[in-house]
Design a protein around this ligand. Structure first.
Ligand code: ADP
Length: 244
């Protein structure tokens, strides 16, 4: 399983927001670090086929991203602003999202049972979405993204608003899930990446300024830990005028 991105550019109007991105995402947890506005969500929405594939070449497990139907069978996506109808009950919401993803009824039931147990939401299944805690909502978001048992899971800023305990629980689940798939997780918090990812990329104003292992990131930033190195890297590019 590998995601291959070559020469990806994306503009909004005349503004270039992704500038010639080349990236390889292998199996396991992969962090996408960058400040707000650096292009993380745009890149994820392209990979999730929410945005039309722009210029460049993108392949997921060898399949061109333009083959949307096929791609959607192998990806799961948890957007940053994920929500469902507030008064919908957990179980019904899973079923509804499964219908939208064209998952057959018997498979939907089986997967819903399995995932609600797996994500510790089994006792919440009759609760309304609006009555779930922040951590539960995030776990529900992961559960729905796993309905089709995807090989590639895309998760946009998942730890925003979670308390430390919920955050750790969330990391544990992701680490377990990453054993047989690729997981791309975006964040502007370096400690998120340090906790769970083997490799990471850093986006700065639409440009990829680093990709490699966490250890390489620490070394190339010249800091004593990941956070320091990441901030050094961002600062260096800002001062050098390498961004826009
Ligand atoms: P991040 O996820 O890193 O915060 P985004 O991908 O959301 O970054 O945004 C990258 C840039 O693209 C920002 O400058 C943002 O203002 C701009 N942008 C995002 N979505 C749109 C849109 N729909 N129309 C115009 N500009 C957009």
């Amino acid at each position: 399983m590998e995601i291959e991105i070559r020469n990806l550019c994306k503009t909004y109007g005349t503004k270039l927001v992704l500038d010639n991105i080349c990236m390889n995402i292998p199996e396991g947890m992969y962090g996408l670090l960058g400040e707000n506005g650096s292009g993380k969500t745009t890149l994820m929405r392209i990979l999730a086929t929410v945005l039309e594939p722009p210029s460049g070449s993108l392949r997921i497990d060898g399949t061109d991203l333009r083959m949307k139907h096929k791609i959607r069978q192998v990806i799961g996506y948890l957007p940053q602003d994920f929500s469902v109808y507030p008064s919908m009950r957990v179980e019904a919401a899973m079923d509804y999202l499964g219908v939208l993803s064209e998952i057959p009824r018997s498979v939907r039931r089986e997967r819903t049972d399995f995932l609600l147990k797996r994500l510790n939401l089994d006792t919440e299944r009759r609760k309304r979405f609006k009555d779930l805690s922040g951590g539960m909502k995030q776990r529900f978001g992961i559960a729905q993204a796993l309905l089709n048992d995807p090989k590639f899971l895309i998760i946009d800023e998942p730890t925003a608003g979670l308390d430390p305990e919920e955050r750790n629980r969330f990391y544990d689940i992701l680490t377990e899930l990453a054993e047989h798939r690729s997981i791309l997780i975006s964040t502007h918090i370096a400690s998120d990446v340090e906790a769970v990812c083997a490799r990471a990329a850093v986006l700065r104003a639409g440009r990829l300024i680093f990709q490699g292992s966490i250890q390489e990131l620490v070394e190339s930033g010249g800091g004593s830990n990941l956070e320091e190195s990441y901030l050094n890297m961002i600062r260096r590019f800002r001062e050098g005028g390498a961004g826009r």
